[in-house]
Design a protein around this ligand. Structure first.
Ligand code: NAD
Ligand code: HSE
Ligand code: NA
Length: 815
């Protein structure tokens, strides 16, 4: 069974509560999840303020009304009028009680810790009563549980200590009696022996989830929040920060100690002890798979897990001869500070023992200073110690990760990144666990430092490309096969991992934030309930918000093309073998290129021309290096090439066409090849890449198909018509044989004009000797003037095309 805890923002609005219900829907069943809830966002603070105001004889009534209204609005929006009354009544009773308590505080002008806990408890009770009622409409088994009754603590109000034995017993008994229900449990609140409400302190609802999880041996504790789990750095500082898939408990502790506010680590201890994984998920982006905090994390290629920072810290330095060789000096200092509740964030000591530097929160700095002055009064007066000073305007940055322990050079990398960027390091501390190296720097350097460190550690990381593929036909299928075969090679030789995150054809679509298994993708896709929807596919792809994302179009359809611009503008690269995008309006072609440049992503389409043959790439290199293309002569239809090379004595034309189709050379409709349209598209794309702003109408195209073949309704009818026209094709063939020539369908770009014609060429022509499905292209340029640059080879077929798409994908990864 899983525990799901939803934090303040996840229960803070109509939208988030609706999202919460959606998240629960697929989970109801034999083993219902246990849902732990926080107070609605902002309510706990509002209650604290009200309590303070009441004590200080200030008004609290308006604020109370606002909190009440916040709850009522949710109920009125999410429940039909007829179902609102019971829950409104229940909440009204709570708010009346709360008002009475606040009035008593006001009258007595006194607010004890015990009363404060009682006041705060209404936040969780109200939200949980409310949501359990709303949930009841979807889940008839929903049951409100006052968690305070089941978690037993001492009487340390505000930060109560849990009596684990009692608590686990109570929770187990309760669960046994109610395990057929879907439990909605108040987070944060507990009670002492006398049944008075206590609270669990900072991060309290997470703690409730961990306590329930540990008591019931849950399989997983999910913490639902409003960000994509734990990131490599604070995304407000580092734009390139990315979500971490996995962390060990220790790493999570170290990372959250400084900064990262997603969870409060001490709350995890019950789960840690029982080895229960904790997953941090995003209520507002369910496509995100979550950050897993668990035992036995898989070996990671990340040199460090993350960079955390505290942006405001004060440093005190204690130095003087009085410290040298004095056993127990630092013990005296730090136990005194701890006794007085000053939390020391970081300590360093020079090996001469002449000085100790330590950092505290700015709010504690003056207190620390005066404590030291008092404790060491004699030493200070005797000048055995220098009077310490507080230094402000400093920050701490820490790199964290268990891998550091085994990898030399980590601190070298850290300090050279800081040094190269002119960041002065005030003090350094490394935990002897080697899970953490911390440095103190000037606050003004913080952003630069964190970014420089992030670049240094993650820039040359083994990259994961996340790909989303459309089309599972000839090419799409073959690509998956090749990807599957090449995975280990890629990992070893290119430091690259390609993960398929989504796939769709016209019928079904399948996206999985954990990645799609290439052994079973076809069954998995077919067994999906969701019908394919291109807009949904693209929306979900964007919502996953993954780094190094590539959209791969292996269709022959116009539909995906309409989304290219939007995709590129979302910083997702596009790889396509579909020619329809680049061969439509010039304006569109130019817009794709511009978007790719502007958004720093790739738009690769090598297979648009000559399948996997390096034609687009070669032309691009020529152009980039300042060469100018004078003319191009080419055979760019693999299908027609194959047909003419195999249209020999004793076979009929339509039979060879069929063969070409069976070999996977033709377009889904072979007429696109035979009428020259496919060839035309390729010439158009080449001409554009060579710098000519041409449109389809500018191309002179000789169609060798008789009109009746073009008019056929279906591909099957087309074959019949081809057969009916056998005599025409036989005529062409016999004429060529008689003249000792071969038939060639040749495209030309010259003087900015493009033409495609059927020709009969003799053995002197460079295109005479072609075989199979070969394409040939010769570029005559300023540099290749006397003898052209020629690319030749198989220019159609699933293997070579998929290989070309594959190479384009890898090239995205190389950047
Ligand atoms: N065969 C070759 O040698 C070769 C060479 C270079 C380029 N190409 C190009 O490869 C592309 C694919 O060719 P193929 O032979 O694999 O075609 P195919 O007909 O076998 O497969 C096309 C796939 O696209 C899917 N599809 C179509 N429209 C879609 C949409 N809107 N959303 C999602 N999926 C959609 C179909 O369901 C099918 O799975 C074509 O554009 C073709 O020009 C092919
Ligand atoms: N149908 C195409 C595939 C390559 O784009 C051809 O025959 O050339
Ligand atoms: Na190519």
């Amino acid at each position: 069974m899983n525990i799901l805890k939803f934090g303040g923002t996840s229960v803070g609005s109509v939208e988030s509560i609706s999202a919460l219900i959606e998240i629960l829907k697929p989970l109801q069943g034999d083993e219902n999840p246990i849902v732990v809830l926080s107070a609605m966002g902002g309510v706990t603070n509002a209650l604290l303020d009200m309590a303070e105001n009441a004590r200080n004889l200030r008004d609290y009534g308006d604020a109370l009304k606002l909190v009440e209204e916040k709850h009522f609005k949710v109920i009125r929006t999410l429940l039909p009028a007829g179902a609102q009354n019971p829950v409104l009544t229940k909440l009204k009773i709570y708010f009346n009680e709360l008002e009475d308590i606040l009035q008593s505080v006001y009258n007595l002008r006194e607010l004890s810790a015990q009363t404060r806990d009682l006041i705060l408890s209404y936040g969780e009770r109200c939200s949980t009563v409310m949501i359990s009622h709303i949930a009841k409409r979807q889940f008839p088994d929903a049951l409100y549980v006052d968690g305070a009754e089941l978690i037993k603590t001492d009487s340390n109000f505000g930060q109560a200590k849990v009596n684990t034995y009692m608590t686990e017993m109570l929770i187990n008994d309760f669960y046994e009696a109610n395990n057929n229900k879907m439990l909605f449990v108040t987070g944060f609140i507990s009670s002492n022996d006398e049944g008075r409400v206590t609270t669990l302190g900072r991060g309290g609802s997470d703690y409730t989830a961990a306590i329930w999880g540990a008591a019931l041996n849950a399989s997983e504790i999910q913490i639902w929040t409003d960000v994509d789990g734990m990131l490599t750095a604070d995304p407000r500082i580092v734009k390139k920060a990315f979500s971490l898939p996995e962390l060990s408990y220790t790493e999570a502790m170290e990372l959250s100690y400084f900064g990262a506010k997603v969870i409060y680590p001490p709350t995890m201890i019950p789960a840690f002890l029982k080895k229960i994984p904790i997953v941090i998920k995003n209520t507002f982006n369910t496509a995100f798979a979550g950050t897993y905090i668990k035992h036995g994390v898989s070996p990671s290629n990340l040199p460090i897990k993350g960079i955390s920072s505290i942006d405001e810290i004060s440093v005190l330095n204690l130095s003087g001869s009085g410290m040298v060789g004095k056993a127990g000096f630092s013990g005296r200092l730090f136990s005194m500070l701890s006794r007085e509740q000053v939390n020391v964030v970081l300590i360093t000591q020079s090996s001469s023992e002449h000085s100790i530097t330590f950092a505290v929160k700015p709010a504690d700095s003056l207190k620390a200073l005066s404590l030291i002055n008092k404790e060491f009064e004699l030493e200070l007066q005797a000048r055995k110690l220098e009077y310490p000073e507080v230094e402000n305007g400093l920050s701490v940055v820490a790199i964290v990760g268990e891998n550091m322990k085994r990898t030399p050079g980590m601190s070298g990398k850290l300090f050279s990144a800081l040094g190269r960027n002119g960041v002065n390091v005030r003090a350094i501390a490394q935990g002897s666990s080697e899970y953490n190296i911390s440095v103190i720097i000037s606050k003004t350097d913080l952003s630069k430092a964190v970014n420089a460190i992030h670049d240094a550690f993650y820039a040359d990381l083994k990259k994961t490309l996340h790909i989303f593929c459309l089309g599972t036909g000839n090419i799409g299928k073959t690509l998956f096969k090749q990807l599957q075969d090449q995975m280990p090679f890629l990992a070893d030789n290119n430091d690259l991992q390609v993960k398929v995150m989504g796939v769709s054809n016209t019928r079904k679509m399948y996206l999985d934030p954990r990645g799609i298994d290439l052994n079973t993708w076809e069954e998995d896709l077919n067994s999906q309930e969701t019908k394919a929807s291109l807009p949904d596919f693209i929306r979900r792809m964007k919502a996953m918000n993954l780094p190094n994302c590539v959209f791969v179009d292996n269709t022959a359809s116009h539909n995906p093309v309409e989304f290219y611009l939007d995709i590129l503008q979302s910083s997702i690269s596009v790889v396509t073998c579909n020619k329809l995008g680049n061969s439509a309006d010039y304006e569109q072609y130019a817009a794709f290129k511009k978007a790719a440049r502007t958004y720093g992503v790739d738009f690769f389409y090598e297979t648009n021309v000559g399948a996997g043959l390096p034609i687009i790439r070669t032309l691009k290199d020529l152009m980039l290096s300042g060469d100018k293309v004078g003319s191009i002569e080419a055979i760019l239809s693999g299908t027609i090439s194959y047909i003419f090379n195999n249209y020999k004595d004793g076979v009929l034309f339509h039979e060879v066409v069929k063969e070409a189709q069976e070999k996977g050379y033709t377009e889904p409709d072979p007429r696109d090849d035979l009428n020259g349209k496919d060839f035309m598209r390729k010439m158009l794309i080449l001409a554009r890449d060579a710098g000519y702003a041409l449109e389809e109408k500018d191309i002179e195209l000789e169609n060798m198909l008789p009109p009746s073949c073009m008019a056929a309704e279906s591909v099957a009818d087309f074959y019949k018509e081809l057969k009916n026209n056998s005599a025409y094709f036989e005529g062409l063939k016999n004429q060529a044989i008689k003249d000792n020539k071969v038939l060639r369908y040749i495209g030309k770009l010259e003087g900015g004009k493009v033409s495609i014609n059927l020709q009969m060429v003799d053995e002197d022509h460079p295109f005479y000797t072609l075989s199979g499905s070969d394409n040939i292209i010769s570029f005559t340029t300023n540099r290749y003037k006397d003898r052209p640059l020629v690319v030749k080879g198989p220019g159609a077929g699933a293997e070579v095309t998929a290989a070309g798409v594959f190479a384009d994908i890898i090239n995205v990864g190389k950047r």
